[in-house]
Design a protein around this ligand. Sequence first.
Ligand code: FAD
Length: 341
Amino acid sequence: MTDSALNQLQDLARREDYQGGIWVFVEQTGGQVHPVAFELLGRSQQLAADLQVRLTAVLIGRDISHQATDLIYAGADAVLLCDDAVLSGLPEDACTTLLSDLVQLHQPDIFLFGATAFGRSVAPRVAARVRTGLTADCTRLDIEPETGLLLQTRPAFGGNLMATIVTDRHRPQMATVRPGVLPALPTDRSRRGTIITARPPLATGRVVELARVLRQKEPGIADADLIVSAGRGIGSQKNLSLVRELAEMLGGVYGVSRPLVDMGWADSSHQIGQTGQAVAPRLLIACGISGAIQHLAGLGGAQTIVAINTDPEAPIFTIADYRIVGDCVAILQRLIREKIK
Ligand code: FAD
């Protein structure tokens, strides 16, 4: 860290606006704030009211200053803003260092991230650097009235029970929260708040560009709004191309159950479930997936599930909103054909 950057951060530390309180990391890509940031701000406003502390949105990146007021309209009392070219594309190493420095200087009580690919990568690194714990993939957050501790609830044991975890000895209390499970507040343009800017202390190299290219090439299932997923019932690797085709036609991505990864039909980055990724699409179409506990553990955030299975007793039907008993290959072919017509 350079001396001038250190001075700036120390300046910030002296401002009471950023002492303690709740921080929400605001992820944005190409100038678009990820919806999970608004969801986190919505829930955190209530948590901040319970604790009677300030809610701060932490917004870092390049050409993002214009988003700060939207975060106040969404529930933040203050925005801690770092807008600089070196943060273009949110390079993970640079973001980790910057966020860790800010935490050490301002000591928030609670620091929340979305459980996106970025949040899952950077939040644990920040937690390790500042020597605190992290509860990943929460689906619920509350304040314990007696202690003021953050109750961090998440599915455990393959989704069979919900575990509530507290971080009672270390600060900040850190958690990632699945997208799509907390409600955002309606925009309130009458809200007012403080925006304070800081310059990041870091320079980044070519790694930044590589990460950006890879992300553009392969949109991740964790952030997808629409997923068409396949299980062993798809029958063959050739039939898997139908799933990919329908996903592309509908503007989504494809997911798979673990056996398809084990058989080498798909990359593990597409695997949904306990040992894969948790997903939270608005619509998921599950084709030939039985619905084993380990697979369902990744589906908790999905809003609407359409399941296609030849077995009317398949467990996937117990969580599906729409059930289609039939051959998924024939149904996929028909959906693709009818869309093309
Ligand atoms: P199957 O269970 O074989 O089900 C295939 C389904 O397709 C059946 O319901 C069948 O009726 C139906 N079907 C057959 N033909 C058709 C057709 N033509 N049209 C429509 N339906 C048809 N699994 C994961 O997915 N993700 C994980 O992260 C994961 N982690 C695991 C971790 C551990 C520690 C363990 C032990 C297991 C894990 N598993 C995971 C594996 C999991 O237990 C199941 O074995 C797996 O999810 C089953 O995948 P499947 O539904 O594709 O296959």
